[in-house]
Design a binder for this molecule. Structure first.
Ligand SMILES: NC(=O)c1ccc[n+]([C@@H]2O[C@H](COP(=O)([O-])OP(=O)(O)OC[C@H]3O[C@@H](n4cnc5c(N)ncnc54)[C@H](OP(=O)(O)O)[C@@H]3O)[C@@H](O)[C@H]2O)c1
Length: 240
């Protein structure tokens, strides 16, 4: 039976690329986002060995996160791989940042990751196996002006990842984080040319990254069972 991979925030961008990549490799892929994923997106999975599934739901809601996991387990019997990729930005300088923009980012990026990890733990402990990958960001390592909320959430994801890796290691469950740099998706499309140029200038490899390059890192972390509690940076050398 194919291993089951649940990828949150996979209606587009990095999550969708990871999903396509894993479907190509023969995994049973389960997509998730708050909105229903359209047939145009699902068509990209035509020809996959296992028909793609989708479970809509909001990871920032504690009970909603449990409902996502329960539904996947009910339909497929298990979850072998959980990729906590759902994330949002609400950028602004701290002196003008609204409380609701701070809360929204923390609720999705950090609490959402906690919620999903919290509810997957029992089933994975029973299985005595599993792979959890949390999507952080280079901003969680370096900070970035205009993103105190996002940086705090993504730095929090790193602490959560390391603590959880220590808790679950004895049951053969690996927990790692990926910290992408500037990857071309809808999330980064909205940045001004000035911000893009400033980022570009700092990247030693002199290009932005692709969603494929993040998906390749996911593949590595699924294959390698002796890497846990780590942060794999995919940022063209932006942070070193
Ligand atoms: N792009 C980059 O340069 C970059 C760099 C570093 C880190 N990252 C991280 O990588 C991840 C993916 O980024 P991306 O650029 O692919 O973003 P994106 O294109 O904006 O996609 C975000 C995905 O998350 C879903 N989502 C948002 N809130 C959610 C929630 N509460 N519950 C469930 N799903 C939710 C969105 O769908 P709905 O809106 O329908 O829910 C969408 O599928 C994020 O965690 C981001 O912080 C991105």
């Amino acid at each position: 039976m194919a291993e089951v991979a649940l990828i949150t925030g996979s209606s587009r961008g990095i999550g969708l690329e990871i999903a396509k990549d894993l479907a190509d490799k023969g995994y049973q892929v389960v997509l998730n986002s708050r909105s229903t994923i359209g047939d145009d997106v699902l068509a990209a999975f035509d020809g996959a060995a296992e028909p793609v599934a989708q479970v809509t739901g909001n990871v920032s809601d504690f009970d909603g996160a449990k409902a996502i996991i329960d539904e996947v387990i009910e339909r497929f019997g298990r979850i072998d791989i959980l990729i906590n990729n759902a994330g949002i930005t609400r950028d602004g300088l701290v002196m003008r940042m609204k409380e609701e923009d701070y809360d929204a980012v923390m609720d999705t990026n950090l609490k959402g990751t906690f919620n999903m990890c919290r509810h997957i733990t029992k089933p994975m402990l029973k299985q005595r196996a599993g792979t959890i990958i949390n999507m952080s960001s280079v901003v969680g390592l370096m900070g970035n002006a205009g993103q105190v909320n996002y940086a705090a959430s993504k730095a929090g994801v790193l602490g959560l990842t390391k603590a959880l890796a220590r808790e679950l290691g004895s049951r053969h469950i690996t927990v790692n984080a990926i910290a992408p740099g500037y990857i071309e998706t809808e999330m980064t499309d909205v940045l001004s040319d000035k911000v893009k140029k400033a980022m570009y200038d700092q990247i030693p490899l002199k290009r932005f990254g692709s969603t494929k390059e993040v998906a390749q890192t996911v593949e590595f972390l699924i294959q390698n069972k002796y890497v846990t509690g780590q942060v794999i940076e995919v940022n063209g050398g932006l942070n070193m």
